[in-house]
Design a protein around this ligand. Structure first.
Ligand SMILES: [Ca+2]
Ligand SMILES: [Ca+2]
Length: 439
């Protein structure tokens, strides 16, 4: 484990932790802990550090002690110095919050952003599948968290039978202030700041010099070390590099897709907005037109326009009328055919008919035919009245559309058919009279 030397002097903070957990096994152990505690920890049982701490621990728990198949797991836990970490349950009953995320053996280093601001603790996690800084996702968000006002930062790790390497590559701390507090000077006077800066620069210079001297003395190792530095501190063979390149490519694609997605959302939003505006304009326009149409009434060209649904209704009615007319036509043809049959029958057996008419009444097949005719006529009547009702219902718009013309035509046709029917009935009566004459 490693701990900050000085106690913090700020209230709120953010830590960006970049690390790797690697191991040959499918499962590893035990895990890594991030700490913010009122005192530095000692070597102990909680991911390498001591139990009963006061403050915050964020744990990256690799090993599934409770066998619930929920590891590797990331969790945050606060302690007031009285609690012992419950390894048997992987701390599940003690955690503030957590998330199930795999952080072992990733192509890129994994990262955690741990923020404590105005008593809200958030842990964002980057799963190391890309080197894109936008790929952070929320893991923990917990409000009303009270941590020691000042404390020490630390990182610790522990391993067991299933050995893992835990490498912390970066640990960047920022103090956070609310926007209004940012204007207040933070107590460091300019002279002191300058002194610190100078000290830091001198240290950097010295380090550089030392590195150069060392490289001169050990040229072979220096070369190796350069490679080491250029690879995030990790040696890699060709296949690893290839894999890394693939992941980088995928990450780039992912970013493009995300960008497209965002643009698509924007376009859809804009489209919906314009659609709703269009509807609003249409509604207000329709209201004005309807208002203006009423006074104009019969005179002149009608102002009112037929709406689409009205046109559809008119067309549907027209279609129904046409089919009704077709039905009627069929009936009439039927009747006509039957009349022909009756005539033939009468012509063929005039005497037989006469004899039977003289009995109880008309011959059976004639009676049937007449009955059928009656039915036919009734159906025609019914259809006619239906059609008449429909025609009445269909309010023709002022605009003389083809539908109205055809319905007039239809009525004329109906009249012609009625005349034909009446003529036929008269003809039938005449035939009956003739038959009676025979008798
Ligand atoms: Ca565990
Ligand atoms: Ca577990």
């Amino acid at each position: 484990m490693i701990w900050s030397r000085e106690i913090t002097t700020f209230d709120w903070w953010e830590v960006e932790l970049t690390f790797r957990v690697t191991g040959r096994g499918r499962i590893g152990a035990d895990g890594l802990g991030f700490w913010f505690t009122s005192a530095k920890g000692l070597e102990g049982p909680v991911y390498g550090s001591s139990d009963q701490w006061i403050g915050l621990g964020v744990f990256f728990d690799s090993f599934d002690n409770d066998n619930k198949h929920n590891n590797p797991y990331i969790m945050a836990m606060t302690n007031d110095g009285t609690k012992n970490f419950d390894h048997q349950n992987d701390g599940s009953t003690q955690q503030l919050a957590g998330c199930l995320r795999d952080f072992r053996n990733k192509p890129f280093p994994v990262k955690a952003k741990i923020e404590y601001y105005q008593n809200t603790l958030t842990v964002l996690f980057h799963n190391g599948m890309s080197n894109n800084d936008k790929d952070y996702e929320m893991c923990v968000r917990s409000e009303n968290v009270v941590l020691p006002k000042n404390g020490f930062f630390g990182v610790s790790a522990a391993t067991g039978g299933l050995a893992d390497d835990h490498d912390v590559l970066k640990f960047v701390t920022h103090s956070l202030r609310s926007p209004e507090m940012a204007l207040v000077p933070d107590g460091l006077d300019a002279e002191e700041t300058q002194k610190f800066n100078k000290e830091f620069d001198a240290y950097q210079e010295k380090l550089k010099e030392q590195k150069a001297t060392w490289a001169k003395d050990h040229p072979d190792e220096a070369k190796k070390n350069e490679d080491y530095d250029s690879m995030d501190g990790f040696f890699e063979d060709d296949s690893t590099r290839e894999l890394k390149q693939i992941f980088q490519g995928q990450s780039a694609m992912n970013e493009v897709i995300r960008d497209l997605h965002r643009k698509m959302d924007e376009i859809i939003g804009r489209q919906e907005r314009s659609l709703s505006q269009l509807t609003a304009i249409q509604n207000s326009g329709g209201a004005v037109a309807a208002g203006g149409a009423k006074p104009s009434g019969g005179g002149g060209a009608p102002v009112d326009t037929i709406r689409r649904d009205e046109v559809n209704a008119v067309l549907a009615n027209q279609r129904e009328m046409v089919s009704a007319a077709r039905d009627i036509k069929n009936f009439v043809t039927d009747i006509h055919g039957k009349v022909g049959t009756i005539q033939q029958t009468q012509n063929r057996q005039p005497t037989a008919t006469v004899q039977q008419v003289g009995g109880q009444g008309l011959p059976a097949d004639l009676q049937n035919s007449i009955q059928e005719m009656k039915d036919g006529i009734n159906t025609v009547k019914r259809d006619l009245s239906n059609t008449a009702a429909r025609i009445e219902k269909t309010k023709c718009p002022d605009v003389s559309s083809s539908g109205c013309v055809s319905s007039t035509l239809f009525i004329v046709l109906m009249g012609v058919q009625l005349v034909v029917l009446i003529a036929y009935m008269m003809y039938r009566d005449g035939k009956e009279a003739q038959a009676k004459k025979f008798y």
